[in-house]
Design a protein. Structure first.
Length: 124
């Protein structure tokens, strides 16, 4: 149940970023297709964060320490760009235009995920 709930939280966070950040586009036609696309992108984003992000963080630990953790924003933006690339390869109509929309989108996703996670944990 926790994994499914985490998937929904990520999908809602991705929806918020898509809605709030110019440069992140969801071009699916119907509401059902949009929800399905966001769920697929949430799975892609979750897998990338579980597999690729720790490797990138390990190789960039010096930059993370030198910037007092601010370099993690860059890593999160790269994760969002990779998710956009993978979604395009899988035929999903979701796209991030470039680095700066990815930075703003990763900030929105982080804040929304954190807020939703605190509410979900408090209800358990």
């Amino acid at each position: 149940m926790g994994l499914l709930l985490r998937l929904v939280v990520n999908a809602v966070a991705l929806a918020a970023a898509t809605w709030l950040v110019p440069g992140i586009h969801l071009t699916a036609g119907t509401t059902q297709n949009r929800v399905l696309t966001l769920l697929v992108v949430a799975v892609i984003f979750g897998v990338l964060n579980a597999v690729v992000k720790p490797i990138l963080s390990l190789f960039s630990v010096v930059f993370i320490l030198l910037t007092l953790g601010l370099f993690l924003i860059v890593i999160n933006a790269v994760m969002l760009l990779l998710a956009s690339w993978a979604a395009q390869k899988l035929g999903q109509p979701w796209h991030v235009d470039g680095f700066w929309p990815a930075v703003w989108g990763s900030l929105v996703i982080s804040v929304v995920s954190w807020l939703l996670s605190t509410f979900v944990r408090s209800s358990d």
